[in-house]
Design a protein around this ligand. Sequence first.
Ligand code: NAD
Length: 331
Amino acid sequence: MVIQTKLTKLVGIKHPIVQGGMQWVGTAELASAVSNAGGLGILTALTQPTPEHLRNEIRRCRAMTKKPFGVNLTILPTITPPPYGEYSDVIIQEGIKVVETAGNNPGEYIKKFRAAGIFVIHKCTTIRHALSAQRLGVDMLSIDGFECAGHPGEDDVTGLILLPLAAKALNIPFIASGGFGDGTGLAAALALGAEGINMGTRFLCTQESPIHNNIKEHMVNATERDTTLIFRTLHNSARVFRNKIAQEVVSIERKPGGAQFSDVAPLVSGQRGKLVYENGDPDHGIWSAGQIVGLIKDIPTCEVLVKRIVQEAENTIRGRLEGMIVTEAKL
Ligand code: NAD
């Protein structure tokens, strides 16, 4: 049995589960494992140091899976601005069929990808941004609730509110992102009008995720209270794992007079965060994690995880939900 939705049909995948873009994590190892498991794996463009490295990574991924996979391009403030145009050229030249865009002012790239016939899933955290992406012609939206890892925006609205609002406001299909990691979540997302789920943190904690095992174990032992928000005062809020560095950043931001980005830049740089994943010290730098970390209790393969989520969603819908509907005569 499979759960068929507009996502599975339009993208040509078996299960309605997307692995969202993750800086330093969305490599060919993880993306191909998710795609081979029947979901949609996504390579993260900016994880590759140059556009030519991205070209190589796309080719490597293609050698590791025959199934569809996509590429994420995120446009947010960076310490060293990447050549987004060149990354997007490589994505088009390499014949990528699905792109996940995210971040601020993605219009130029959305138009470019659409003109190249690419299926664009735009991830955003507000209904007004979803509507403007719809006007720009994206094919699908990924509605990201406040529970999410990474950048939740500045409005602090959770998925439970955003998803039904999206169902009413949008003419195009959408998937649910932020706070998803099991089959009850998938069933809930479908009930709220989504065509599937996007998961980052849950896939971060799988066998194929290319990070140090200590970090995966650390996630298994974490609770839902182990994330925090940095960059609130800089209007670039980011939900990250609550570690020593994150707490230091928050306390610098709270100082009278506030903080400039330069006050925290050495603490938060992505290059430093990358070493967390390489060396396995969870306190070395900033690393993204969503509130779903509280529900993560194991380190499965992507295949086991995806199968389990779909089975659990089916059990929830057929067993738990359907079983609750009874005719009044039986009461
Ligand atoms: P980086 O080292 O350039 O910056 C580290 C963090 O500081 C990032 O969160 C960035 O948004 C923020 N930042 C940088 N300059 C800033 C400024 N002037 N004001 C406020 N905040 C600022 O980033 P990186 O770790 O190399 O990542 C590269 C890009 O990818 C960033 O834009 C980052 O936000 C983004 N990102 C993407 C994903 C994804 O899933 N694709 C996940 C995490 C981060």
